[in-house]
Design a protein around this ligand. Structure first.
Ligand SMILES: Nc1nc2c(c(=O)[nH]1)N[C@H]1C(S)=C(S)[C@@H](COP(=O)(O)O)O[C@H]1N2
Ligand SMILES: [Mo]
Length: 237
């Protein structure tokens, strides 16, 4: 094995990038907290995003207005659910969330102690990200997936994509953005980790991710069965 120049003899193929610890590949399908499975929203004809929280001038913009706030970008990323499935190679299109938040900050003038941002979906689902996590360059407010407008199952009209964080931070059907001085545990309550960084396996609070992993893995088929009971017609929105 050691004779000859290795570069010249080894086949040129790129190995698949390693999955994060404890994750297994699965296709992207609508998923989430079990009690949100029946909450298939019906987006309004002209969807809006309400911007508020600890701010001086709360406001509301239409989704098309928000999506024109910055130059469009595409992002190829994996989505890692805390229940150990990962959808790989998703190609999202939208606007960088950092640019959206920069514009909104000028508009609504958050309190200077604001450090967190909560996103709420049309289904009432809520998740909170630290401002520096939410403004990472790979966080997108996405309205397309693989070149087509998001369908309802994937989070129409717009969803967050925060690939470095477990999927529960990537809120679908974004309808509200709230600037906050304190962390808000959101819909997942005490199960949610404030940061939920995949690289550190921050699956949930209190225990290391390696201990949460079997618990979440056990829950996955149970949650999946709940979502299977509420199919979303493709393209419906
Ligand atoms: N509005 C909304 N967003 C949500 C959820 C939800 O129930 N409602 N579930 C979260 C969870 S736990 C995951 S893993 C991802 C799953 O994304 P998918 O439904 O596109 O597979 O959505 C996240 N965003
Ligand atoms: Mo998830």
């Amino acid at each position: 094995m050691s004779e000859g120049p290795r570069e010249a003899t080894s086949p040129t193929r790129s190995a698949a990038p390693a999955l994060p610890t404890g994750q297994r590949i699965a296709p992207l399908r609508r998923f989430g907290l079990p009690w949100f499975a029946p909450m298939v929203p019906a987006p309004p004809a002209l969807p809006t995003i309400t911007v508020g929280g600890t701010v001086r001038r709360p406001t509301q913009l239409t989704v098309p207005e928000v999506m024109r706030l910055a130059d469009r970008a595409t992002l190829r990323a994996d989505l890692h659910c805390v229940t150990t499935w990962t959808a790989t190679g998703l190609c999202w299109g939208g606007v960088p969330f950092a640019a959206v938040l920069a514009y909104l900050t000028e508009l609504v003038r958050p309190h200077r102690d604001v450090r967190w941002v909560t996103l709420t979906g049309l289904d009432g689902y809520r998740a909170c990200l630290r401002l520096d996590d939410a403004t990472a360059p790979d966080v997108l407010l996405a309205d397309t997936l693989d070149g087509a407008p998001l369908d309802l199952a994937a989070g129409a009209p717009v969803r967050l994509v925060a690939p470095e964080h477990y999927g529960y931070k990537s809120v679908r059907h974004v309808a509200a953005i709230d600037f906050r001085t304190r962390y808000d545990s959101g819909s997942a309550g005490w199960l949610a980790h404030p940061r939920a960084r995949v690289a550190r396996e921050e699956r949930s609070r209190g225990l290391p991710g390696v201990l949460w992993r079997p618990v979440w893995r056990w829950s996955q088929p149970r949650v999946r069965r709940r979502y299977d009971r509420y199919p979303v017609p493709p393209g419906k929105h």
